[in-house]
Write a protein that binds this ligand. Structure first.
Ligand SMILES: Nc1nc2c(ncn2[C@@H]2O[C@H](COP(=O)(O)OP(=O)(O)OP(=O)(O)O)[C@@H](O)[C@H]2O)c(=O)[nH]1
Length: 833
């Protein structure tokens, strides 16, 4: 009893029978209320199908007239030439689409680990995320990484198990990995449906909608765009669909069990419905799923095959049904700071800016004020500098004034745009909860800046308003370096201009000039990252430059504390600075200091600078007290100057190879400055600080050593290849193997509780019949720690050892000391860093 079930679909709001280009024309996207807005990101491992799925969403919403394909290089979201050429996403594209009388602002993010920063900055402005998983590969490393980041920001997620059409796809296996590796409870909204025609292998043709008790089948025809869906009512009486009915009943039963833990209304409804799972109304279930998802208690799971145009529309419904509106989202903290230097309070070890925290202030208590976060700055070939921002409160209007609270500078808001991939739409304002673009203001805004405005009202900014700061965006450290030089001296000015543009766009790209060698060094997240930078410089920006080989980013650090300090005085003897150094392991932000109550602690590039509580000269404090302070510079100016100068000195480098210092604690033990004289120059204390640090470094050269980046590496191989691959890892790659595990149960090792225990998991039909399933059972995971340098080009080596079957992934774990033996091998690479 198959029917095209048009009317009922509309009743539950789904518009997926006929794509209607004008479906939302009656409602202007910019006027959709906050409650009907969804800011979502699409996150996943590389190649899981994010762009493919996004393209379908654009098409079904009526936003595009044809489906773009990654493999043909004609997608809307991957619009950079480098993206289309490589078939990967590099920049997060922002696009607004209508669906279900809602507006979905989608950000399609890159999956490659080299572009993790792009994902992090996008996550900061999202209210919810769709995690796309490859049904064959399951939960991959980058998915785990971005999932954790989304979780730490409190962003609710739904999961989409994609590529269900591929041989070896395992829905239930992937769900087990979701619960195991991602540690979340799940509610399975859709189950995969396979059909066998004429005794052929079963083919994935649709999904079982557990909530609505329907079977949704898409046309298997390869020319079908997936607009038409055969919607079949599943009832107990229909014997032909007996199996599907069973799936729905079991699916609902486990849904009720999982949701019942959070929501009593589910249990009440179950009892009212004579304990019949199939009688519980959809509205009750939907409400409970929505609440538990927004509270980050569960993850709703959908499945499909985007490439075959199967299963995308129910996922879109899931977005509007279960992900939060900006009103329900986890609003980032707002800090009010009147300090120009970052302070870290030793008592709570927080690196956030001190002073009062007004959590939730923006939306709730000051709706008139417009507060926005600039999360991305790009330079467009025709439109110039474009700043992507998210408005958290109020409305940002064109032709008004705003203040950048980082610099305290007032800026003009000229043109405002809503972006649809590369297509702009000029608008008069962008309201709270939305993502927009402002043009102009070159060099005035960088990623992470907070922008405050009074909207169209002309008035000045109070002290409080001009010091508001939304939680900043953390920039990961660069792991690879490459020297860059102009082809001729005449090309240098243009090279510098181009680098400036790239750095403004991408804060994970670092530039450093080695004064001694006269060499400019670019630092990036990976080989691909720097390769793309080179392509952009040479092909897009026409810079005449040469980039040297990409090498790992090494650092120097003090390895043993000599318990001495160094002091430096200027020639008149009235400015002095005394310093000492120490080191720490791990992340600066997680390092604790026992006795630093009252100290100013500044952290950058994983170095910590401490202005101890007793470092300020008692004469200076007395001069402030007795109003004898005459200097043109305040105490804060001097402290700020000392910190900035220390930072520069740490960048200049260590005594061994001139590599920048890392994991170093620099203590300013004492400083003095003639504050009762007006004419003293601030630059004097900056110079003395730098010289005191150089003196310390020179005097303690023997205590310094080299650090190199280490990765936690997971290598996936068949058991037959285990011996050769392990041997190669330990011998050639200098790996320390920490464990050897079976792929199939790897996720259960760390955690005893099986979060999938009461979830109904249908049999994975395709698995037992496919070669891939066989491989999966035999797959082993070698978990090890490796120096990053030895992993360059590892994939091709691994492939040749495993007949192309082995894969690996790695995550940066920190800088480690380089052994003497390794130093001899790698020291030649230091010359161009
Ligand atoms: N068989 C099959 N292939 C798919 C499916 N979805 C995507 N693909 C293919 O998988 C490859 C990767 O798809 P993308 O959409 O570029 O994946 P992505 O996650 O956006 O990749 P990055 O942007 O590079 O991170 C392409 O060759 C797609 O055609 C699917 O449902 N089934």
């Amino acid at each position: 009893m198959s029917s095209i079930w048009k009317k009922s679909l509309y009743r539950w709001g789904i518009r997926y029978l006929h794509r209607s280009p004008a479906s939302f024309a009656e409602i202007k996207l910019n006027d959709v209320g906050m409650d009907k807005t969804r800011n979502i990101g699409i996150i996943a491992h590389i190649d899981a199908g994010k762009t493919t799925t996004t393209e379908r969403m654009l098409y079904y919403s009526g936003k595009t007239k044809r489906i773009g394909n990654v493999d043909e290089g004609d997608t809307v979201t991957d619009y950079l030439p480098a993206e289309r050429l490589r078939g990967i996403t590099i920049q997060s594209a922002a696009i607004s689409i209508p669906w279900n009388r809602h507006k979905i602002n989608i950000i399609d993010t890159p999956g490659h680990a080299d572009f993790t920063f792009e994902v992090i900055r996008s996550l900061r402005v999202l209210d919810g995320a769709v995690t796309i998983l490859d049904g064959v590969a399951g939960v991959e490393s980058q998915t785990e990484k971005v999932w954790k980041q989304a979780k730490s920001l409190g962003i609710p997620r739904i999961a989409f198990v994609n590529k269900m059409d591929r041989p070896g796809a395992g829905f239930s296996r992937t769900v087990k990995e979701i619960t195991g590796k991602l540690r979340t409870k799940v509610v399975l909204c859709n189950l995969p449906y396979f059909e066998s025609v004429n005794g052929e292998e079963p083919r994935f043709v649709g999904v079982v909608d557990v909530l609505h008790k329907k079977l949704l089948k898409w046309k298997p025809d390869s020319n079908s765009t997936g607009d038409e869906i055969d919607v079949i009512n599943v009832t107990e009486e229909d014997q032909t669909l007996h199996e599907v009915f069973e799936m729905i009943t079991k699916g609902r039963e486990s849904m009720v069990e999982v949701l019942g833990e959070y929501d009593e209304s589910i249990i009440d409804s179950f009892l009212e419905c004579d304990e019949d799972y199939n009688k519980i109304p959809v509205t009750i279930l939907n409400k409970a799923i929505r609440k538990a998802t927004i509270d980050n208690q569960i993850t709703p799971v959908f499945c499909g095959a985007s490439f075959r145009n199967i299963g995308v529309q129910p996922l879109m419904d899931g977005i509007t049904n279960y992900l939060p509106s900006p009103l329900e989202a986890n609003i980032p903290e707002v800090n009010i700071s009147d300090e120009r230097i970052k302070k870290k309070n030793s008592a709570n070890k927080s690196v956030s800016l001190v002073q009062d925290k007004y959590k939730g202030l923006i939306i709730n208590s000051n709706p008139q004020l417009t507060v926005a976060l600039a999360f991305k700055v790009i330079t467009h070939a025709n439109r110039g500098v474009m700043t992507f921002f998210r408005v958290y409160s109020g409305k940002l209007y064109s032709n008004t004034t705003m203040i950048n609270t980082r610099t305290g500078k007032k800026l003009n808001v000229r043109k405002l745009l809503l972006m649809h991939g590369d297509e702009p739409e000029e608008v008069r304002y962008i309201g709270a909860g939305n993502i927009g673009v402002l043009t102009g203001n070159e060099d005035e805004i960088v990623t992470g800046d907070t922008l405050v405005s009074h909207g169209p009202v002309k008035k000045g900014f109070s002290d409080l308003e001009s010091h508001m700061k939304l939680l900043p965006i953390e920039v990961p450290p660069p792991l690879f370096n490459s020297g860059i030089e102009p082809l001729t001296a005449g090309d240098e000015a243009h090279m510098k201009e181009c680098i400036k543009v790239l750095i403004r766009e991408d804060p994970s790209l670092k530039v450093h000039v080695d004064e001694e060698l006269g060499q400019t060094i670019l630092g990036g997240m990976g080989e691909l990252h720097l390769e793309i930078v080179r392509d952009r410089l040479i092909s897009d920006m026409k810079a005449k430059v040469r980039l040297r080989d990409v090498v790992v980013s090494y650092k120097e650090s003090i390895l043993k504390n000599p318990f001495s300090s160094a002091s430096f005085k200027n020639s008149e003897g009235n400015v002095t600075v005394e310093v000492e150094m120490d080191s720490f392991e791990g992340k600066a932000s997680e390092t604790t200091f026992a006795e630093e109550e009252g100290a100013i602690i500044f952290e950058e590039d994983n170095n910590i600078i401490i202005l101890g509580p007793d470092s300020t000269p008692p004469e200076a404090l007395a001069a402030i007290e007795d109003r004898r302070w005459k200097s043109d510079h305040s105490l804060e100016d001097i402290q700020d100057g000392i910190i900035q100068s220390s930072l520069a000195a740490l960048q200049i480098g260590g005594p061994l190879y001139g590599l920048s210092l890392h994991s170093t604690v620099l203590r300013i033990k004492k400083w003095n400055f003639p504050c009762t004289e007006s004419s003293t120059n601030l630059s004097e204390i900056l110079d003395v600080t730098r010289r005191a640090i150089s003196k310390y470094v020179e005097e303690n050269e023997s205590s310094f050593g080299v650090l190199e980046p280490y990765m936690e590496t997971k290598v996936y191989v068949n058991s037959g290849d285990l011996g050769e691959v392990s041997h190669d890892l330990t011998q050639r790659c200098k790996a320390i193997i920490t464990s050897l595990e079976d792929e199939s149960n790897q996720h259960d090792l760390d955690n005893d509780t099986d979060l999938s225990h009461n979830v109904y998991l249908p049999p994975d039909y395709t698995l037992s019949k496919s070669e891939a399933a066989y491989d999966f059972k035999l797959q082993k995971v070698i978990v090890c720690e490796t120096p990053l340098r030895e992993m360059i080009g590892y994939l091709s080596k691994l492939r040749s050892m495993t007949q192309g079957r082995g894969t690996f992934d790695m995550v940066y774990i920190g800088m480690r000391r380089t052994t003497k033996a390794r130093l001899d091998t790698i020291a030649s690479e230091f010359s161009f860093m």
